[in-house]
Design a protein around this ligand. Sequence first.
Ligand SMILES: [Fe+2]
Ligand SMILES: [Fe+2]
Length: 150
Amino acid sequence: MRPSEVRDRVLSDHRHLSERLDRIEGLARGVLDDREPLPSTLRSEAEALLDRLAIHMAWEDLHLVPILRAADSWGDVRTDRFAEEHREQRELLGYVLRQLHDLDRPEDVVAGNVLDLVALLRADIVAEESVFLDERVVRDDPVVIDLLSS
Ligand SMILES: [Fe+2]
Ligand SMILES: [Fe+2]
C-alpha cells in the first residue's frame, strides 16, 4: 500500500469515527436530559465505538507507523511520539470500558464520562491529522516506498 493510500484510508476512518462520535454525543445528551434513549443504548453504542477505535489504532500501528519511520531522519522520534499517543489513548479506552461495564455506576455519570471521552477523541483526531498525516510526511516518495518494500 502506498503512503497516500494509507493516508486516505486513515482519513476516511476518521470521518466514520467522527460520525459515530456525533451520534454518541447525541445519545449521552439524551440520557442527561432524561429524554432518551435507554441508557443501555448509550452503553452499547459506546462499546461499539471503543471496538472500532481499537481496530483503527491497530491498523495505524501496522500500516502508518512504518511510513512515519521511513519518512525522514526524524522517523524514530516521530514513531516514539505516535506510540506514546496510542498508549495514552488505549489507557483511556480501557478506563472508559471498565466504567461502561460497571452497571452500578449511575447513568448520568456514565453519560458525562462519555461526553468527556468524545471531546478528547475529537481533539486526538485533529492532532493526529495535523502531526502524523501531514502530506509532507506521509508522501509517495520513491525512497520511502523503496524502504517500505525492502
Ligand atoms: Fe491513532
Ligand atoms: Fe487515527
